[in-house]
Write a protein that binds this ligand. Sequence first.
Ligand code: CU
Length: 364
Amino acid sequence: MPNITRRDAVLTGLGAAVAVPALTAAATSSNAREPAKHPKAKAGAAYHKFEMNIEETRITLVGKQTFQTFAFGGQVPAPLFHVREGDEVEVVLNNLTTLPHTIHWHGLLQRGSWEMDGVPDMTQLGIQPGDSFTYKFVAEPAGTMWYHCHVNVNEHVATRGMWGPFIIDPIKPTPIEREVTGDYILMFSEWASAWADKLGQGGMPGDVFDYFTINGKSFPETQPIRVKEGDVIRLRMFGAGGGFHSIHIHGHVFQITFKDGHPLPAPINADTVLVGPGERYDIILRCDNPGRWMIHDHIDHHTMNGHTPHGGVMTLIEYEGIPRDQPWYHWAHKEFVPDFYYEQSLKKPHGIYPNPVFKGVPVS
Ligand SMILES: [Cu+2]
């Protein structure tokens, strides 16, 4: 749509939003050119408009363990924002829940748009139940950023799933990221089952966190990362909750290449990376050792589901050509769910992508 005007883009977005049921998020984005308002918003910057509801949903962490959430777009993690450095983003956010919320765009600079920073009583009023708010800003700087509610973060972010990935591709990629063949998002969080059904409570000092997840799921309900020899994969790791996660990968030396979205002047060779609350580390791993290799949190109790060991923050790298049918293999009969790491959405053109894999069940 090279000749689309800005007004067309807005109307297109609203049209699509109206066409879907009220309880689902609508995604639209376009490549409409915007008048230059920001040094980086000129020359080819795209314009992405998205309408998103916040819904009360119940997600399943593992087995019978459910958790009630306030969910952006009804899903945990929230929809993927994947744009180019300098693109303009507009988000109409409708609060369909019973408590106020905002969105803080973590890592974005909001130069000249500080009122879009999403902090209640500091940059805006909390968005009240039934109300809407429109965020509009330029996506910068480049890197692995994220977004989360900033109202009662101790509850809403730490235990109610109000977070999602915001990936900003650089105008000038570094040489190492140009080698990447597969891009994966892993958001880590922890849950205190005592508060599972007590919306409006939780995230208190002394909480006992007894469930630990990657993208809202605990092993064995996480998904393998399927690769072939020669692949170069980028794993974008997020500390989306209040805890630390010491992520160890077997059989490989990877390179820690980005911290909080920013390229490190010299990548760090490692087999374990500690991801703290709010932090992001991007690692690049060369798939040079065919086999089946664990990825797990080395904080040992983070690999438990309640009182049951062998769960939590664990998954596997499975190489193509390695048989998966040994009868003792835990995932021998695994039903593979693609896009669990947004790896397919990230291959699509820039835009904003909900993911049905992460949809919860609406709570009435
Ligand atoms: Cu909130």
